[in-house]
Every structure is written in C-alpha cells, then in structure tokens.
Design a protein around this ligand. Structure first.
Ligand SMILES: *[C@@H]1O[C@H](CO)[C@@H](O)[C@H](O)[C@H]1NC(C)=O
Ligand SMILES: *[C@@H]1O[C@H](CO)[C@@H](O)[C@H](O)[C@H]1NC(C)=O
Ligand SMILES: *[C@@H]1O[C@H](CO)[C@@H](O)[C@H](O)[C@H]1NC(C)=O
Ligand SMILES: *[C@@H]1O[C@H](CO)[C@@H](O)[C@H](O)[C@H]1NC(C)=O
Ligand SMILES: *[C@@H]1O[C@H](CO)[C@@H](O)[C@H](O)[C@H]1NC(C)=O
Ligand SMILES: *[C@@H]1O[C@H](CO)[C@@H](O)[C@H](O)[C@H]1NC(C)=O
Ligand SMILES: *[C@@H]1O[C@H](CO)[C@@H](O)[C@H](O)[C@H]1NC(C)=O
Length: 267
C-alpha cells in the first residue's frame, strides 16, 4: 500500500539518480592516469610549480616538450640545454611564458673552455623585450681604447693571458678592421636595463652582469592555451595533428568537455 502512495515522479527521480551514481561513480575514484602523472608539481632550487612545457624530475618526458628538459642538481636552480649550451634557469613566469636564463659556462669564468655564441634556432623561443647584446672579444692583439678600460677582462686558461671587452652603441666609433684580428668573439644576450646600470656605475663586474641572465619567451600553442583555460593540462601530444588535452576524467580533443564525435561543445 505504501508504494502506491509514493509519488511516481519522485520514485522515477530516485531511480534516475541511482543510475547516475552507478554509471558515473568510477570517474570519481579513477582519475585519468596520465592526468595525475602530469599534474605533479616539480620544484628545483628556487623554481617552484614547474609545469608544461617543462619536464624532468617528477615529471616524465610525456608531460612536456622534448627541448624543455630541466636537469636538477642538488640545491641549485635547474639547467636547460639549448642549441649546444647549458643555461641556468633563474626564473619561470608561466603567466607571460617567460623564463630567465643565464649561460652556465660563463657563470664562474668569463673565459670558457669552449667558446660559442648564444643563439636560438628553436622556433618556439624568442628574446624578451628587455634584451641587449654583449659581444665579448677574446685575445685581441692591440690596445683597448682607454674609454673601454673598465670593460676589459683577462683570460688565463690557455696559459697565455688575453683580454677582451664588451661594447655598447658607442662602440661603433671604435669599430675597425682590427677587431677582426681578435682571436674570437662571442655574442651573449643580457638584460638591457642591467647592462645600462652596470655601465652607469662604471662597473667592471662582467660576470655579475652575465649572471643576471636574460629573458626568453617560449610560446605555448593556441591549442594548449585553450586546453589550459578549460582546466586541462597540456602534454607532449597537445600540439600534434590530433591534439589532446589531459583532463581530470579522461583526455579530450582540444579542451576538457569537448566531444568531437558529436560536434557539440559540452562545457
Ligand atoms: C592537480 O590538479 C588540481 C585540480 O586541477 C589542483 O588543485 C592541484 O593543485 C594540482 N596539483 C598539482 C601538484 O599541480
Ligand atoms: C604553486 O601553485 C599552488 C597551487 O596552484 C599555489 O597555491 C602556489 O602559490 C604556487 N606557488 C608559487 C610559488 O607560484
Ligand atoms: C659568433 O658569431 C659571430 C658573428 O656571426 C662570428 O663572427 C663569431 O665567429 C662567432 N663566434 C663563435 C665562437 O662561434
Ligand atoms: C609568440 O606569440 C606572440 C604573441 O602571441 C607572437 O607575436 C609571436 O609571433 C609568437 N612567436 C612564435 C615563434 O610563435
Ligand atoms: C613577464 O612578467 C614579469 C613579471 O611581471 C616581467 O618582469 C617580464 O618583463 C615579463 N616578460 C614579458 C616578456 O612580458
Ligand atoms: C692566471 O693563472 C695563474 C696560475 O693559475 C694565477 O696565479 C693567476 O692569478 C691567474 N691570473 C689571472 C689574471 O687570473
Ligand atoms: C671606471 O671605473 C672607475 C672605478 O669604478 C670609475 O671611477 C670610472 O668612472 C669608470 N670609468 C668609466 C669610463 O666608466
């Protein structure tokens, strides 16, 4: 008798609710495995919350892009290898996709064992706006103009002493064929504001300047930004021809909740 008095619509609702619980309960306990792997936070030195496109440490390679591997050494900021050089990562700003890096080989010694220009052939990287170029001339067989004496340094690692200096715009007036006779020149980016500050102070601490590093902008793809905005995580396959976005429950194409088969946006 009791059942007959029970309002049918309510019973229907309860059954629906039970069915809902049964069909959807697995997704509460079962987070997408790839998602929980790449949701891991990675801290190295002073750099916290390291996420896509970086990987290394707790984050396996599939959580990032191949060229953004970070190597963590004890009690130091991470290293990244770009176009033949190791760089110390001094900071990562995920909001404007900028990292500040400094050449690792010039960290302690202005005269590296292996010379090489700093250049980026990776299309994902470009210099930040506060960017200046420093040219280091090594082993120049002539006297450095007195105006540049504060910017000279000496090298000692080849057995014979050598010197070089770094110029700014006014260097143009000293530029001449003799600079071609310096054994090498090496191009290193610096923060323009830091360079000007050092110059104004008449500072001779070139290493201190180089240690401050320079900014590099790494562009995330539009597909990745759409994925992140929907609460998902980008990973190594986000940019491929069949882009995938890692979401809590499963992977989706493009962004969380996007069901491509139906061509409908469920958000
Ligand atoms: C994992 O994801 C959740 C929800 O998106 C977030 O609150 C949490 O901070 C993430 N954990 C890490 C370590 O990123
Ligand atoms: C790291 O991420 C967590 C969770 O998103 C946030 O609460 C924390 O402030 C972040 N820390 C830094 C240093 O950005
Ligand atoms: C750096 O680049 C300059 C200009 O392209 C070149 O003259 C110089 O030889 C390069 N230095 C090294 C060490 O490759
Ligand atoms: C990076 O993004 C900026 C602004 O969205 C754009 O102007 C620039 O062309 C992009 N660079 C690359 C290499 O994709
Ligand atoms: C990114 O943000 C930081 C901190 O707000 C700022 O110092 C830096 O200049 C910005 N970089 C770019 C490329 O906008
Ligand atoms: C050059 O090397 C010698 C021997 O290692 C050292 O005594 C001297 O101080 C060095 N000179 C400079 C300018 O670094
Ligand atoms: C060179 O350095 C000295 C001492 O730091 C300073 O007094 C002088 O003004 C500097 N010269 C130039 C041309 O910057």
């Amino acid at each position: 008798m009791h059942a007959q008095n029970f309002p049918l619509p309510l019973l229907h609702s309860i059954i629906s609710f039970l069915c809902f619980l049964i069909t959807s309960s697995p997704s509460y306990g079962q987070e997408d495995k790839q998602y929980s792997t790449c949701n891991s936070s990675y801290t190295c030195g002073n750099i916290q919350n390291i996420s896509f496109p970086f990987w290394g440490g707790d984050r396996p390679q599939e959580c990032g892009l191949p060229q953004f591997k970070l190597t963590c050494e004890a009690n130091q900021d991470p290293l990244i290898h770009i176009d033949g050089h190791n760089f110390r990562v001094l900071g990562i700003n995920g909001d404007n996709q900028t990292m500040r890096i400094a050449r690792n080989d010039l960290e302690e010694d202005i005269c590296p064992d292996r010379f090489g220009n700093t250049s980026f052939n990776d299309p994902l990287l470009r210099y930040g706006p506060d960017f200046g170029i420093l040219i280091l001339f090594y082993a120049c067989p002539f006297d450095i103009p007195s105006e540049w004496k504060n910017f000279t340094f000496s090298c000692n690692n080849t057995g014979e002493s050598s010197h070089g200096f770094y110029p700014d715009q006014s260097f143009i007036s000293f530029w001449g064929p003799q600079y071609g006779s310096c054994e090498r020149n090496v191009i290193v980016p610096v923060l323009l504001t830091a360079f000007k500050r050092f110059q104004d102070q008449g500072s001779t601490k070139i290493l201190e300047l180089l240690k401050q590093g320079f900014d590099v902008v790494y562009n995330k793809s539009l597909v990745c930004m759409a994925c992140e905005r929907s609460g998902g995580l980008c990973w190594s396959e986000t940019d491929f021809a069949e882009p995938t976005c890692l979401c809590r429950d499963r992977t989706y194409s493009y962004y969380c909740g996007f069901v491509q088969e139906q061509g409908v946006f469920h958000l």
